[in-house]
Write a protein that binds this ligand. Structure first.
Ligand code: PMP
Length: 714
């Protein structure tokens, strides 16, 4: 994609085709191989039984090469032209075809149809195709009355879509003798000159190169080379600029306009990015000086992550389980943009706002009756800290200062801040490193009752013993309901949680459900505690709450818990809950979370999760019984292959990336948690890669070999 550009216009008949054809000539004159591609062409006249694309004819007249990927007869919007021929344009398919075109050595100029918001189908527009391709865009502005407005709207739309504008070309397509509607004859020249002056200034302010001002050129015909020569000369600086951008991109094989997103700074090469990252940026759970390798992401779309160099990976991780709807979901992006344009943050002390209230109004109906007070926090770990503080403060408010310890399960993971870390498995949670720092909690063995097997009440005995023994000191029991996540992806029986709820009530201790990983549908229920039909006293939510767009979390407490804290006399805290992060109830995050919940509820998410469960169960079944595989299990949209030995993360990841998937194992756990929008084909590719890795590892001492990467599926 490195040597390609997208040419779009401010409107229909802005002059895109003339500019594209002229650029082909100018590039040819510089000896650069270039082609033009129309992703969609409408208005194709049947010539010799073929649908001949008019723009392709023009490219040919200019002496250039080109083709249309989709051609329709009627000259109208692509969505309608397709529909009139009983067809439908599919965005992903079109993007794939464009990427295939761009894969060669030629410079490819993709010419859009009409302006940015021209519909391709009922949902997608030409701008969505540009976003999928993420190529630098050349904007052709029709020099006519109203064009400044159209140019600004187009530039803003491109910028909001995160697309680089490589340059602006102003083009006059109408002869001077035909005044535009509303243009007083005689004033026309002044208007056209003012358009050019204004747009040059605007381009300068936005640091976008103004590349050409093309006057009306009559008579583009193969017989009369003069018009073409003139156009070529006028577009030569534009062609040279594009070549500069292309050669800078070719050096590191990434699509961009030559300016970084930070606009004023020159773009960094792939190597510069990796070098700086390695030298200065700390990554999770790795060394600062000898870190595990990283790969640079340049874009995301749906269930895909795009790497520098153009490789696409199907995301099996949902970015650590948060990108529930995949990436670039339009409603989420719009919600963030809309809220950012209004106000992105205000303190929550003494102020409130609609996004916070709207989110609360969406969360409450998802929760069981009783959970009715919501505290917004910054991240999952902070939510756990808040929940712990609530539990301790609850008992202190009642005059009980003894109850300040927590019970957690072995194999648990609750976060990386100090309090949350104290609840993580003492071995896999690396507690030993922090001896002395962490509060000492009470650990109970991991529930042995598996989710899909008949419940054995004896599995609850260790918990029962611990709770009865330490009841006086216990503020709360903290669990990840049904699925223990980062501690090993263990699925246990809901009856265990039911018994736990009863015993907490009997012995007087709170039950905290950490649904940061499981909340919002992942296990097939909105929250995993629903499998047990219980209500926790305190519930932590995070990750998928914002659909993975930004960090955010919420803690819901029952009226009883909140009431206990709030009615304390002055000597016991005076009813104030003592926590208040700077970014509490961040309006941007609240707005995105609202959009994410709406998107989830409007989707057939239960059916999707059960279809994913089915695909993962079938797809991972071949791993069962392989040497080195200890267990294969699936619950909801989570599929796990547990290995007997800990995996070599780097080597397994290399294998997965070579398979075109993004799966990051840890410890003994190789697992997938795909976005709920993953297609059956995406799921098949994920499980195929996982099985291939497990098979290869089985015959190579536990580490998959690149030579065993299966051939790509067509
Ligand atoms: N609790 C659970 C169950 C989690 O899975 C995680 C994150 N993996 C956390 C807490 C911590 O969340 P965060 O990373 O947002 O701090």
């Amino acid at each position: 994609m490195a040597r390609s550009f997208f040419i779009t216009g401010t409107d229909t008949d802005a002059g895109k085709s003339i500019v594209t054809a002229g650029l082909l000539r100018a590039l040819a004159a510089k000896g650069v191989p270039a082609r033009a591609v129309k992703p969609v062409q409408t208005g194709c006249m049947p010539v010799n039984g073929l649908n001949e694309a008019p723009d392709v004819q023009l490219y040919r007249k200019a002496g250039g090469r080109g083709k249309a990927l989709k051609a329709f007869g009627v000259p109208c919007s692509p969505h309608l032209a397709a529909r009139l021929e009983h067809a439908r344009l599919d965005l992903a398919e079109l993007a794939r075809a464009c990427r295939a075109e761009a894969a060669g050595v030629d410079i490819v100029l993709f010419e859009g149809a009409g302006g940015l918001y021209v519909p391709l189908n009922e949902q997608d527009t030409m701008l969505d195709l540009m976003r999928e391709l993420m190529l630098p865009v050349l904007l052709v502005v029709a020099n006519r009355l109203g064009c400044i407005n159209h140019a600004i709207l187009s530039l803003d739309a491109l910028e909001n879509a995160g697309i680089d504008t490589a340059g602006i070309v102003l083009c006059r397509t109408l002869p001077p003798s035909i005044p535009d509607p509303g243009t007083a004859t005689g004033a026309e020249t002044a208007i056209l000159e003012e358009n050019a002056r204004f747009l040059k200034g605007l381009a300068g302010k936005r640091q976008i190169p103004f590349l050409a001002d093309i006057p009306f050129i009559p008579n583009f015909s193969p017989e009369d080379p003069y018009a073409w020569h003139r156009l070529e000369a006028l577009l030569m600086p534009a062609a040279e600029h594009l070549l500069g951008v292309a050669s800078c991109d070719a050096a590191d094989a990434s699509p961009k306009s030559g300016m970084s997103d930070l606009a004023t700074q020159p773009a960094l090469s792939a190597q510069e990015i990796l070098d700086f990252d390695r030298a200065h940026l700390w990554h999770p759970y790795t060394s600062a000086l000898a870190p595990l390798p990283v790969r640079e992401v340049t874009g995301t779309s749906g269930a895909r992550i795009l790497l520098r160099g153009g490789q696409e990976l199907i995301d099996g991780m949902s970015s650590w389980w948060c990108a529930l709807h995949g990436y670039g979901n339009k409603s989420l992006v719009k919600a963030a943009q809309r809220q950012a344009a209004r106000f992105s943050h205000v303190m929550f002390g003494g102020l409130t706002h609609a996004p916070a209230v709207e989110l609360g109004r969406r969360l409450l109906p998802l929760l069981p009756k009783g959970l009715e007070h919501i505290f917004y926090a910054d991240s999952g770990s902070v939510a756990v800290e808040v929940a712990m503080k609530m539990a301790v403060q609850f008992w202190r408010s009642l005059g009980n200062t003894e109850k300040s310890r927590f019970v957690a399960l072995r194999g648990a993971y609750h976060g990386d801040t100090t309090g949350a870390m104290s609840l993580c498995d003492p071995v896999t949670g690396m507690h030993a490193l922090f001896t002395g720092l962490l509060p000492r909690q009470i650990f109970v063995e991991r529930p042995t009752c598996r989710f899909h097997e008949p419940y054995d009440p004896r599995s609850f005995h260790p918990m029962e013993r611990a709770l009865r023994e330490h009841a006086a000191k216990i503020a709360a029991v903290v669990i990840e309901p049904v699925v223990q996540g980062a501690g090993g992806m263990w699925f246990y029986h809901p009856q265990y949680i039911k018994s736990l709820r009863s015993l907490c009530d009997e012995l007087g201790m709170l039950l905290i459900a950490d649904e940061i990983a499981t909340g919002f549908g992942r296990t097939g229920r909105m929250f995993a505690y629903e499998w047990a039909g219980i209500t926790p006293d305190i519930l932590c939510m995070g990750k998928a709450m914002t659909g993975g767009m930004m960090t955010f979390s919420a803690v819901a407490a029952t009226a009883e818990t909140a009431g206990g804290i709030s009615t304390a006399p002055p000597e016991r805290g005076g009813g104030l809950f003592m926590h208040g992060p700077t970014f509490m109830a961040n309006p941007l995050a609240c707005a995105v979370a609202c959009a994410s919940i709406d998107t989830l509820l409007a989707s057939p998410w239960r059916e999707r999760v059960s279809a994913i469960e089915h695909s993962l169960s079938q797809g991972l079944a071949p791993c069962r019984g392989l040497p080195g595989v200890a267990d294969v299990r699936v619950l909801g949209a989570i599929g796990v292959v547990e290995t007997e030995q800990p995996v070599d993360v780097e080597r397994w990841q290399d294998f997965f990336v070579a398979c075109g998937v993004w799966i990051r194992p840890f410890g003994h756990t190789v697992y997938v948690m795909p976005p709920l929008i993953a297609s059956p084909d995406d799921l098949a590719r994920l499980t195929r890669a996982l099985c291939a890795a497990a098979r290869s590892a089985a015959s190579h001492g536990g580490t998959p070999q690149i030579k065993d990467v299966p051939p790509p599926l067509s």
